[in-house]
Design a protein around this ligand. Structure first.
Ligand code: FES
Length: 71
C-alpha cells in the first residue's frame, strides 16, 4: 500500500502529493532543486513553514530510493 499522510497541514499536501510532484519531474539535480519544484507544484511549505524539514526529508528519501518504475 502506498504510504500516505498529511505532511503540510497549511496547504493540505500529503506524502502522496509530494511523491507525485517529484515523479512528474524526474530530473532534479539536487534535493533543493527538487524541493523548489515540489513547492511550486503543490504549494507545500508556503504557509507557516513548519513542514520545511519534513518535506526535505521526504524528498531526499524518495530521491535515494530506487525508483519502482525502473525496477
Ligand atoms: S505545515 Fe506546511 S507550511 Fe505550514
Amino acid at each position: 500500500m502506498k504510504e500516505n499522510y498529511m505532511v503540510c497541514n497549511c496547504m493540505q499536501v500529503s506524502y502522496g502529493d509530494i511523491e507525485d510532484a517529484l515523479h512528474t519531474h524526474e530530473t532534479f539535480p539536487s534535493v533543493l532543486e527538487a524541493f523548489k519544484g515540489v513547492q511550486l507544484a503543490t504549494k507545500c511549505s508556503t504557509g507557516c513553514g513548519g513542514c520545511h524539514q519534513k518535506v526535505l526529508d521526504i524528498i531526499s528519501e524518495l530521491m535515494m530510493a530506487p525508483s519502482a518504475d525502473n525496477a
